[in-house]
Design a binder for this molecule. Structure first.
Ligand code: CMP
Length: 144
């Protein structure tokens, strides 16, 4: 079933020049790009985005990291987009992420894991609203 998911290349991914490689992997997998924006996010948006993690000891560090430079926010569409994106991205901790996944191939450390992907359809809807709001994501045809 067609759905959309939110994916974000984090500041270290942008700094390292990985946007193109990450976009290519999503296109090659069969996703259709529905929205993309390079933006510098403020602390308020970072705190809202990671609101569920507010009580975690690493929350401050996470917000510092996310606001340390521009991020590339994207909406990708396709069959089971949320789960397919999570499989492509790999486990949260790059130590556990399989080679062939984005984190498995490009990241070493959980605090700098290069890319974020929504963990459920409900999170995807919330995150797409936070980042794109009134600039609604395009509805794309299935590319195949
Ligand atoms: P992400 O998939 O964006 O969702 C939550 C983020 O919290 C996660 O990726 C990591 O970047 C970060 N995170 C999770 N656990 C830790 C940790 N133990 N230390 C620092 N950051 C963490």
């Amino acid at each position: 079933q067609q759905e959309q998911t939110f994916v974000m290349v984090k500041p270290d991914g942008v700094r390292r020049g990985l946007i193109g490689s990450i976009v290519a992997r999503f296109e090659q997998k069969g996703f259709a790009l529905a929205a993309i924006e390079l933006l510098q996010i403020d602390r308020e948006l970072a705190e809202q985005h990671y609101g569920e993690l507010r009580q975690k000891p690493f929350f401050g560090e996470l917000v510092d990291y996310l606001t340390s430079g521009p991020v590339c926010a994207m909406v990708w569409q396709g069959e089971h987009a949320v789960e397919n994106a999570r499989a492509l991205i790999g486990k949260t901790n790059p130590v556990e992420a399989a080679p062939g996944t984005i984190r498995g191939d490009y990241a070493m450390d959980i605090a700098g894991n290069i890319v974020h992907g929504s963990d459920s359809a409900a999170s995807a809807a919330r995150e797409i609203g936070l980042f794109f709001g009134k600039h609604a994501a395009a509805q794309r045809m299935d590319p195949y």
